[in-house]
Ligand binder design. Structure first.
Ligand code: ZN
Length: 160
């Protein structure tokens, strides 16, 4: 599947919750995993491949895992800055401030409810991907100075 890149308006649209994990959804999840692997990503959200559903894939220590209707139910007050990239913003790497730890609720591919506690990089990937299904991009999380610095680069991308 092709990756939708900024400033594609689909990245800003609202995603729907998955009501039932049908065979079509399972096939789509398989395609998402394949796409993420091919692009060597560590996370992928459905809107990035043009599908407005709340589905994300995250590369966990166990391999690529799927999270359906994921939401952050708790975040640490403690934050940290680290560099992030995004398949929808190629060649742009930015220091983004995120919660150091997060708890996520979702359902798995069998429709079973899951609850995850994530820290560090893993917590960051979940926050980044859940932002995607809530129509947010990492560039929305920049501070004023960072925004100024990246402005020209983004304008150039938009002009293409
Ligand atoms: Zn991204």
């Amino acid at each position: 599947m092709g990756i939708k890149k900024y400033p594609d308006p689909i990245l800003r649209k609202k995603c729907e919750e998955v009501q039932e994990i049908t065979q079509d959804i399972k096939n789509f999840i398989g395609d998402m995993i394949e796409t993420m692997e091919a692009k060597e990503g560590i996370g992928l959200a459905a809107p990035q491949v043009g599908v407005l559903k709340k589905i994300i894939i995250v590369r966990t220590p166990k391999g690529p895992s799927v999270f359906v209707n994921p939401k952050i139910v708790r975040k640490s007050r403690e934050t940290e800055m680290a560099e992030e990239g995004c398949l929808s913003l190629p060649e742009i790497y930015l220091n983004i401030r995120r919660a150091r730890a997060a708890e996520i609720e979702a359902i798995d591919i069998k429709g079973k409810k899951i609850h995850i506690r994530a820290q560090g990089t893993m917590a960051r990937v979940f926050q980044h991907e859940i932002d995607h299904i809530e129509s947010r991009l990492m560039i929305d999380r920049l501070n004023f100075l960072q925004k100024l610095k990246i402005r020209k680069k983004l304008k150039k991308i938009k002009a293409h």
